[in-house]
Design a protein around this ligand. Structure first.
Ligand SMILES: [Zn+2]
Length: 376
């Protein structure tokens, strides 16, 4: 993986390269941000740069023996550790290395969902078990095979439970020429004992135009459509792919029905239940992408309230929904709704029932929009 293959992120790439060229290579770094911003490919390109025999001012050379092995994910000093499902009695990540290489060859913008689907295990909980922690220590106890750095790339340390504490000492005092690169999405769900031992590198969202260009080049979208999707996805390439796959139209209709029920004065309570049933029947990823869509609409409502006219990313009947909501939700209520949607996303990701969550949310929302003096 070279820096040139990463979507956008010019500033961060240059910062990483400069630090290596100045001889400053922290031994434990955590790339932090939603996976679709590119933490994993950036960490991989950085690893390749670190061990490149002939590094250039803007990138690894891509041709030296080290680069060639890095590109095949077959460099003996590049180690991976990641969460995996409990299947076939497998206990350590090296037992999954073939599948790991396959998914990264398809695209290094890997989501946990795509990884779990690889094993038809999308509804199982992934884990980084204690045996894997022991194996990380074991792999690092050997000398480097080649000159350069021995690199341990840990993807999603969120899945390290208490057993992750067995790694603290090695994070603090790693063997010589060893670098830990952690790729995490959510600081709050990583053990704080691990976080405190890392240098945190925040991965920012991809700039909208750069994301749109990537969608044109990699997904053959028309430029207008690419720009619109890039706007919806908020700088997140994986979300953008998700929106392309679950066409926004599908969410738009469901969202519109939902708001209609919530805003109608005398909605039949059963209408809430039926809507929650429909939502609950969606797959987990579709439920999550619905939340992303709903948050996008919220931003558009805010845009309308602030600027007095809808933005140009809205299509079809979205303008009406946004208009209806702008009249009913003041900014304080919008902020509460955004919090609730974010919470719902979090719980859905952790296997909560979409139906129950959304039924509860519908009822809370209906109360929220009711005029203060109306009977509850
Ligand atoms: Zn090279």
């Amino acid at each position: 993986m070279q820096f040139k293959d990463i979507i956008g992120q010019g500033h961060l790439k240059q910062q990483l390269i400069s630090s290596v060229r100045e001889g400053h290579v922290p031994h434990a770094q955590m790339f932090l941000g939603p996976l679709g911003f590119g933490g994993l490919p950036i960490a991989m390109a950085y690893a390749q740069y670190l061990n490149c025999v002939n590094p250039q001012p803007a990138d690894s050379c891509g041709e030296c023996p080290s680069c060639l092995k890095m590109q095949k994910l077959a460099h003996p000093d590049l180690h991976f550790s990641f969460p995996f499902p409990n299947i076939e009695n497998k206990k350590i990540s090296t037992e999954f290395i073939t599948e790991w290489r396959e998914v990264l060859n398809q695209s290094p913008y890997l989501s946990l969902h795509r990884w779990m689907v690889k094993f038809n295990a999308e509804n199982k909980q992934p884990n980084i078990p204690i045996k894997e922690c022991q194996d990380v220590m074991r792999r690092l106890s050997f000398k480097a095979y080649e000159q350069g750095y021995k690199i341990m790339l840990i993807w999603l340390p969120e899945y390290l439970g208490k057993e992750g504490n067995t790694l603290l000492k090695i994070f603090e005092e790693p063997p010589a020429q060893t670098v830990f690169l952690l790729v995490a999405e959510n600081l709050e769900t990583v053990l704080s004992t691990i976080v405190s031992r890392m240098q945190i590198i925040k991965v920012p969202p991809i700039v909208q135009q750069q994301l749109a260009d990537a969608l044109v080049n990699l997904q053959q979208l028309q430029p207008d459509e690419a720009y619109r999707i890039a706007g919806l996805a908020n700088g997140d390439y994986i979300e953008a792919l998700d929106l392309i796959n679950h066409s926004a139209g599908e969410h738009a209709e469901l969202f519109e029905q939902w708001i209609e029920i919530i805003l109608s004065r005398n909605a039949d309570p059963m209408a809430h239940v039926r809507w929650a049933d429909t939502f609950g029947a969606l797959g987990r990823e579709a439920q999550k992408s619905f939340m992303v869509y709903a948050l996008h609409i919220l931003r558009e409502v805010l845009h309308l309230q602030v600027y007095g006219k809808p933005s140009d990313v809205l299509i079809g009947s979205e303008k009406n929904v946004v208009g209806d909501m702008a009249g009913k939700f003041n900014q304080e209520k919008m902020a509460r709704l955004a919090d609730w949607l974010n919470d719902a996303y979090y719980h859905i990701e952790r296997n909560a029932s979409g139906k129950i969550l959304m039924l509860d949310l519908s009822i809370r929302l209906t109360k929220l929009v009711k005029p203060q003096n109306a009977a509850v």
